[in-house]
Each structure stands twice: as structure tokens, then as C-alpha cells.
Design a protein around this ligand. Structure first.
Ligand code: P71
Length: 465
């Protein structure tokens, strides 16, 4: 797959949003005021926003047209049926519970299934999923293959489950301790890495032998299906929809944040293959937290945009362009000598800051320091996945515990930026690389007791030049 720009986007641009350019001195002032935390910046002060690919997609004319067909009836709006039909068609799931976003679907599923002391087995649980498991005093267990945790090692499916460990866990703890197995496709936490169909089938076989249900976290399932088509023998001639149908057939249901592969700005759902009883229980929780069964916290127009976005998200020309753009940024960064998680995943590039800023100890928040530098250099907003997000103080000794990986994620919104924007990101990295030894570390001056990365404040350790 040539990732260079040998052919153009499979769309043309109908509406544009002007983005503001700022001067370096303005950015110096703004980032200082923000406590060197980009979550505290205003979106309009950012030139290229790579904070997340979640809820940031550009909708199509077809989706916007659908928004005008929103049926805002409290009960039974037609857009719910459109969404249900799309999910029946693409995923093969009968029962659909709309929610305001992905974590709300997780909340409903966990309320039904997870009890204190249990273990939820996953390849790598996303943060919100892990949170929902932990607040129920259960344990999230991550069983990704060892290659999945090594940034420089190439493997076509770094999101795969370690099937031996999966079976060993089940044997050790038993069915009663394990409410379900959750497969996150693609695996966000190690770089948007895909899971192979053979591996998903393997999880299903093992789980079935012990009578354990399997669920998918389907936020980025379409990107995962595209990687299967490109990389897994036997899938080259299948359509993305056929691949999706097979993938979902191995699970009992899914949660989905529609803010990713359904190309919308808000929304999500929980779906069950055929368990009517479980669906009715889910509706009870949905009604308490989200809303009536046919809207679940969303407007009719939002349901319509998801229904249409689901089809656009499995369009092969769209996916080819999407995955190619991510790969393009990755290859250009590698050419500039920037160490990244290889191979590039589906929704962004993850810079390996332990290797890039090797002069900074983890105590000086190297990944956060790079995030600050990217903003100062070119108004680019990335996100830290390192000591700030995952480091913590040992409650007994008060000593810092540092995470294995120190990463900066450049998440690429869908259909929003062109390759020219990617070129600008690469240029910023080249400039930073040329003076990287002089990049100062940071000192944490404020932290909240939980999820500190959203509100943390820093100071620069030495004067910045
Ligand atoms: C991402 C997000 C959005 C996010 C969430 C929390 C903190 C910062 C940013 C959300 C996911 C996800 C997967 C695999 C479920 C959710 C929750 N990702 N599963 O990567 O990646 O969905 O945001 O709609 O509630 O920036 P939700």
C-alpha cells in the first residue's frame, strides 16, 4: 500500500472551517496560562488539533441532510429504526440500546454483568472501561501479546490476545469469576493496533468452552476490518461488511462509541446479538441513566447521523484514504528520525518519547514536555500518555511509580485535515528534533486525586529558549 500521496482524497470539500494561526509569543503566554497542560487551552487557539480522533470527524453532506430528517418524537422516532436496521445489517445484532456516548454503553453493560471481586479479561481495556470495572471493585486484566507492548517490534496484529494466558486465567479463576471477555478493536492503548480475525475466533472458541460471553469494544471496528483485509490471508477479496459480519458473529454483543468509526460528533450504543432478556434488563438501566429505549440520550437527528455514518465508515475508499493518511504521517516521521510505535495503527501515530527525549528522566515528564514543545513550535495539540496520565504515587511509601511507556499520541480526526497539515506536523518535529537536548522538563505543581492529566498544572524546570 503506497502511503505517499499518489492519489487524492475520495471526497471534495463543501464547507470549510477557518483555523487561526498564532505567533510563538502568543503561544508562550497561552500555554503558560494553561499550566503547561493542553487540556486547558481553548480549541480556537490550536492550529492543528490532534488531541483526539473521538467526536472530531467531519460529517458528510449525506449525514447533514439526514440531520434535517430527525424525528424528535419522544418514543418510536423513525431514526431509531434506521439505526437499528444499520446495526442489524452491518453487525448482525438484533437488539440496540442507544446511549449518549461509548462510556454510557459500558456503564450499562457493566451494571448488568460485573460484580465486586470479578475479573474482566481484555486484550487492553480502554481507560473508561477500566474505570467502570474498577468502580465496581472488580479487576481489569490485560492479556495483549508481548509484542503489543514493544514499540519497535513489527507485528501485523499487535492488538491480539495472548490466547495461552487467556485460557490460563480462565482455568485459574473459573467461570464464576469472569463475567465476560472484552476484545477492543482496534486496541487504542498501544497505538490503535488491530486484532486478527483468527485471534478473535480463538478467543471465542476458548470462551465458549467455559461458557463465558464475549463482547467487542467496537469504537474502531471498521479500521480493524480494513487491516484484516490488508494483512490477514483469506480476506483480500472480502468486502469490509463481510469482514465485519464475521467479526461480530464471534461475540455476543458490543459497546460502541460512535464518535470514532461512525463518523459523528456524539453518540454510542450497546447491542446484543440475540439475548432478548439481557436487552430488556439493559433498557431498565438505559431508562434511568440515558432515556427511553428509542433515543437513549440522543436527538433523533443524532441517531440518523450515526445510522448513515456507520455505512460511510465501512466504505473501502474512505478507509483506504484514512489508513493511508495515518501511515503517511508515520512514515514521514520515521524518515525524520522520530521513533514511533511501529507499524502505525489505525487512528494516529504514537511517538516513543523514552527514545526521542532520552536525556529527560521520567520524573521530568518527558512526554508532557514534548506536548508543550509541539504547541510552542507550531500550535499543534497532541496528548500525553506517559507519566502524567499513568504515573502515580505509591499510597504507602509516597514514592512515584512510573509507567512502562512514555508516549505522545497524535490522533488524526477523520476527514478533517489534509496531507499538507501532516507535512506541517513533520516539519515541527524536524525543528524540535534539531534542538531536542535543550528541551526542558516539567515539574507538577497541581494534581487532582483521580484522572490527574485532565487538570494537572506544571512549571517549566529551566528557562526556555
Ligand atoms: C480517545 C477517546 C476519548 C477519550 C476518552 C477519555 C479520555 C480522553 C479521551 C474513547 C473510547 C475508546 C475506546 C476504545 C471506549 C471509549 C469511550 N476514546 N472505547 O481515544 O477509545 O468512548 O468517549 O464515547 O465515551 O481519545 P466515549
Amino acid at each position: 500500500m503506497p502511503s505517499r500521496n499518489m492519489y487524492a482524497e475520495p471526497f471534495r470539500i463543501k464547507a470549510i472551517e477557518t483555523i487561526k494561526e498564532t505567533t510563538r509569543s502568543t503561544r508562550e503566554m497561552l500555554i503558560k496560562e494553561a499550566g503547561y497542560n493542553v487540556f486547558n487551552l481553548r480549541g480556537e487557539d490550536v492550529y492543528i488539533d490532534l488531541l483526539t480522533d473521538s467526536g472530531t470527524a467531519a460529517m458528510s453532506d449525506n449525514q447533514w441532510a439526514g440531520m434535517m430528517l430527525g424525528d424528535e418524537s419522544y418514543a418510536g422516532c423513525k431514526n431509531f429504526y434506521h439505526l437499528r436496521d444499520a446495526i442489524n445489517d452491518i453487525m448482525g445484532y438484533k437488539y440496540v440500546v442507544p446511549t449518549h456516548q461509548g462510556r454510557a454503553a459500558e456503564n450499562i453493560l457493566m451494571t448488568l454483568m460485573v460484580k465486586a471481586g470479578q475479573r474482566v479479561l481484555g486484550n487492553m481495556h480502554f481507560d473508561t472501561t477500566e474505570g467502570h470495572i474498577l468502580i465496581r471493585n472488580a479487576k481489569p486484566v490485560n492479556l495483549v501479546i508481548p509484542e503489543g507492548k514493544q514499540p519497535a517490534i513489527h507485528h501485523p496484529f499487535k492488538g491480539n490476545f495472548d490466547l495461552e494466558r487467556l485460557e490460563a486465567e480462565i482455568k485459574q479463576f473459573g467461570r464464576a469469576q469472569i463475567p465476560f471477555v472484552l476484545i477492543t478493536v482496534t486496541c487504542n492503548n498501544n497505538g490503535g493496533q488491530p486484532v486478527a480475525m483468527a485471534n478473535i475466533r480463538g478467543v471465542r472458541e476458548i470462551a465458549s468452552r467455559y461458557g463465558i460471553p464475549v463482547y467487542l469494544d467496537a469504537a474502531r471496528y471498521a479500521e480493524n476490518c480494513y487491516f484484516i483485509k490488508m494483512r490477514e490471508p483469506g480476506y483480500q477479496d472480502k468486502s469490509i461488511k463481510e469482514i465485519a459480519r464475521e467479526m461480530f458473529s464471534y461475540a455476543d454483543g458490543c459497546t460502541m462509541s460512535a464518535k470514532k468509526d461512525a463518523l459523528v460528533n456524539i453518540g454510542g450504543f450497546l447491542a446484543f446479538k440475540d439475548d432478548r432478556e439481557l436487552y430488556e434488563k439493559a433498557v431498565q438501566v438505559q431508562i434511568t441513566y440515558e432515556g427511553f429505549r428509542t433515543y437513549g440520550g440522543l436527538a433523533g437527528r443524532d441517531l440518523e447521523a450515526i445510522a448513515r455514518g456507520l455505512y460511510e465508515g465501512i466504505d473501502e475508499r474512505y478507509l483506504e484514504n484514512r489508513i493511508r493518511q495515518v501511515a503517511y504521517l508515520g512514515e514521514e516521521l520515521l524518515a525524520a528520525g522520530i521513533p514511533i510505535i511501529e507499524p502505525p495503527g489505525g487512528h494516529g501515530i504514537y511517538v516513543d518519547v523514552k527514545r526521542f527525549l532520552s536525556h529527560l528522566p521520567q520524573a521530568a515528564f518527558p512526554a508532557q514536555a514534548l506536548v508543550v514543545e509541539l504547541y510552542l513550535e507550531a500550535g499543534i495539540r497532541a496528548v500525553e500518555l506517559g507519566t502524567c496520565a499513568f504515573g502515580y504515587r505509591n499510597p504507602e511509601t509516597g514514592e512515584m511509580v512510573y509507567p512502562e511507556m512514555e508516549l505522545v499520541r497524535l490522533a488524526i480526526p477523520r476527514r478533517v485535515y489534509t496531507d499538507r497539515h501532516m507535512d506541517l506536523v513533520v516539519r515541527a518535529f524536524r525543528a524540535i528534533a534539531a534542538r531536542k537536548e535543550r528541551i526542558p522538563g516539567l515539574r507538577l505543581v497541581y494534581e487532582a486525586p483521580v484522572l490527574r492529566h485532565f487538570t494537572a498544572r506544571f512549571e517549566m524546570l529551566s528557562f526556555h529558549h
